[in-house]
Design a binder for this molecule. Structure first.
Ligand SMILES: NC(=O)c1ccc[n+]([C@@H]2O[C@H](COP(=O)([O-])OP(=O)(O)OC[C@H]3O[C@@H](n4cnc5c(N)ncnc54)[C@H](OP(=O)(O)O)[C@@H]3O)[C@@H](O)[C@H]2O)c1
Length: 209
């Protein structure tokens, strides 16, 4: 996707970059933005490497959000830009807004639940997207919904928000057909971030891309 949008790309695999060791100022001298879709174990060392190297970073990896306060400070102290998202697809970010409105159901006779399904190789559960959805509903309603995770086959990513009352049910569902939407969102986020400094959440800026 980055090449399709006219960018040059340098790829680092796990073996090239133990502990974030390849993310040095000299190695990154011709790089505008680092994009990280790795693992919850690797991502923090990669963020620390980019902060040391003074390089802006887009983070798609999930499973590290407890560290957000520390990372936010690291980003501000290093004077870099970091933009993260549990989900870089525009469709999911629209879904987040629908969920925020739909959370009003919890003030009536409805109870709510979140279900998420992903391929069997996914390392973290619940998904970062499900956690983001839970937080959005909680901020809007004061209620924390239970998340149920399923790992099966090659499901790209399916999230359901279900509200249940004694008389009916409301189903809201986002079903990713491929990873293309995530990739395009991440590359457009990198273009947006290239000249900026600060700590950003994609859900607050995707409309500007
Ligand atoms: N925000 C979003 O829109 C979005 C969308 C999809 C996935 N995700 C998240 O992105 C992450 C990756 O997901 P995935 O399904 O692509 O996982 P994956 O298939 O397991 O890929 C992880 C990749 O990370 C690489 N890696 C691990 N440690 C590394 C390091 N220290 N330096 C450089 N590369 C390293 C691995 O390289 P090797 O191949 O060399 O082992 C592997 O290619 C997960 O946290 C997932 O939840 C987010």
């Amino acid at each position: 996707m980055a090449r399709q949008r006219g960018h040059e790309v340098d790829v680092l695999c796990a073996a090239d970059n133990p502990g974030g060791s390849a993310l040095t100022a000299s190695r990154l001298s011709n790089i505008a933005v680092v994009i990280d879709f790795t693992t919850p174990d690797a991502v923090l060392e990669n963020i620390e490497g980019c902060a040391r190297a003074g390089k802006n970073m887009v983070v798609g990896t999930t499973g590290w959000y407890r560290e957000i306060p520390r990372v936010r400070k690291l980003v501000h102290d290093a004077g870099i830009g970091l933009l993260y998202a549990a989900n870089f697809s525009v469709g999911v970010n629209l879904f987040f807004e629908i969920a925020k409105t739909a959370a009003a159901a919890l003030r009536h006779e409805y109870s709510g639940q979140i279900f998420e399904r992903h391929h069997i190789h996914k390392k973290d559960a619940p998904s970062g997207t499900a956690v983001a959805l839970q937080r959005i509903v909680q901020d809007a309603s004061g209620k924390e919904l239970e998340i149920t995770s399923f790992r099966e086959g090659d499901v790209v990513g399916l999230h359901e928000l279900v509200f249940d009352s004694p008389v009916d049910r409301i189903y809201l569902c986002h079903d990713a057909k491929s990873r293309r939407g995530f990739a395009e969102g991440a590359v457009r986020a990198a273009e947006w971030l290239a000249e900026r400094r600060g700590f950003f959440d994609f859900k607050d800026v995707w409309r500007e891309l």
